[in-house]
Ligand binder design. Structure first.
Ligand SMILES: Cc1cc2nc3c(=O)[nH]c(=O)nc-3n(C[C@H](O)[C@H](O)[C@H](O)COP(=O)(O)O)c2cc1C
Length: 430
């Protein structure tokens, strides 16, 4: 039997953290003035800026709980049905989470995950981490990955094209997460150049070898996030190959690699349903979850075990608790009322979490634009002030929230006309 390695044993001695594991960072000059587009985000590979004050993380190492519940996944030494059974045992131990924060480069960082968890998310993915850079650069590891004991269940996602490097990167995080996830869905130019993400769909033997490598060497299960092939039969064969190679959970983004414009192309839930029906492991659906009723409908229509949401959560991190932005309040929906939660309130909660769990300012800036987007459309001069500020500070950002409030009006999030408990309890567990 393989003994479980301690995290520090996996690191070269020069990399053993002196104090807290995985410092999340902090501050910087924040020279960006506009929200970066998705392509830029996914092209990002350079370490970020530090938050002002250069404070170190306040996450003491003892607060991070390696394999939180002391339970070890034993699927790696099993084959066939026993491994599938273990995949379900693991998923069940995690409470079968249904509302899940999707991986988002520069956007699904620790404070954002914690905010979404407060508002109903039951699990979350980290942003995609570059496996090679993760193994080579301590700075990159410290800046791009942080966690805390409440940040569970957690999927840590990597992009990779080399099984050995991927295993080395995964070994560094396995005790701090519940799945190591392989990004097989990134459709951006940088992924084509770097030969990872959805471009590996042209090299299925390589994908198979990466899944096999992880599943036979890690103590946590392997999950994958994929896109669709043109033909549904090809997508199903692909998904089955992943399952046979040792993938214990599959997230299916219901769009193809060439369908990059998510606003124009609706996700194909019918195709996701076909994949779910063909597999034995837990399957998650991704695409077009704009509010909680979409999540209910998606679960029903696809038969999946959970849903991931990405873009809509950025504007409305309270989505999984049943709150909707005004955009999704239809005229005939008399049953919706003001949820007594304003977007500036949620933004201030996010800032407080960033003070507690420091992250690069570029991430905070991106979230500011998304969370306050509706306000900025009404008061564009405040957005310009934000854009003109090359170095951000918490004081400045709190001031922005106060200024918007002082300008008058509210931009509430809406909820169904039921009592609060029902909102949280409703739906996804029903
Ligand atoms: C800002 C942003 C960053 C993203 N980064 C990643 C990533 O790191 N890994 C990944 O697998 N998908 C990434 N995606 C794709 C999402 O996880 C998700 O598959 C896609 O947005 C579809 O879900 P949605 O319709 O809920 O937005 C990203 C999406 C956005 C909007």
């Amino acid at each position: 039997m393989r003994l479980k390695p301690k995290y520090k044993d996996l690191l070269p001695s020069s990399h053993v953290p002196q104090e807290p594991f995985l410092r999340s960072l902090m501050a910087s000059s924040g020279t960006r003035t506009a929200t970066p587009d998705l392509d830029d985000l996914l092209c990002h590979s350079s370490p970020g800026q530090k938050q002002s004050g250069d404070r170190e993380s306040n996450i003491p190492s003892e607060e991070v709980t390696p394999n939180g519940n002391g339970y070890t996944f034993i699927g790696r030494c099993l084959r066939g049905d026993s491994r599938i059974e273990q995949a379900w045992v693991h998923w069940t131990k995690l409470g079968r989470p249904k509302r899940i924060v999707a991986p988002m480069v520069d956007n699904s960082e620790l404070p954002f995950r914690m905010l979404c968890r407060k508002y109903g998310a039951e699990a979350a993915y980290t942003p995609m981490l570059h496996s090679r850079i993760f193994t080579e650069s301590e700075k990159y590891r410290n800046e791009e990955f942080s966690t805390c004991k409440e940040d569970r269940p957690l999927f840590v996602q990597f992009c990779a094209n080399d099984p050995d490097i991927l295993l080395e990167a995964a070994s560094r995080v396995e005790t701090y997460c519940d799945y190591v996830d392989i990004n097989l869905g990134c459709p951006q130019r940088i992924a084509r150049r770097g030969n990872y993400g959805a471009f590996l769909m042209d090299n299925l033997p390589l994908i198979k070898s990466m899944v096999e490598k992880l599943s036979s060497n890690l103590n946590v299960p392997v999950s994958c996030k994929i896109r669709l092939f043109h033909k549904i039969e090809d997508t199903i064969s692909y998904a089955r190959m992943l399952e046979e190679a040792g993938c214990s959970l599959l997230a299916v983004h219901g769009r193809r690699r060439d369908e990059k414009d998510q606003k124009k192309v609706r996700a194909n839930w019918t195709a996701i349903r076909s994949v779910k029906s063909a597999l034995k492991i837990p399957v998650l659906a991704n695409g077009n979850i704009r509010h909680i009723e979409d999540a209910h409908r998606c679960l029903e229509e696809t038969g999946c075990d959970g849903v991931l949401s990405a873009e809509s959560l950025l504007e409305n991190p309270a989505l999984f608790a049943g709150f909707r932005t005004a955009e999704w309040v239809l005229e005939n929906e008399a049953s919706l009322r003001d949820g007594e939660l304003d977007q500036t309130d949620v933004f201030v909660e996010y800032l407080k979490l960033c003070e507690k769990y420091p992250v690069p300012w570029r991430m905070i800036r991106a979230h500011t634009h998304k969370m306050l987007g509706d306000w900025f459309r009404i008061h564009p001069q405040v957005r310009e002030e934000l854009n003109a500020q090359s170095r951000l500070s918490f004081e400045f950002l709190h001031e922005i929230a106060n200024k918007l409030r002082a300008l008058g009006g509210r931009i509430p999030l809406y909820v169904r006309n039921t009592n609060e408990d029902e909102i949280l309890e409703s739906g996804l567990t029903a």
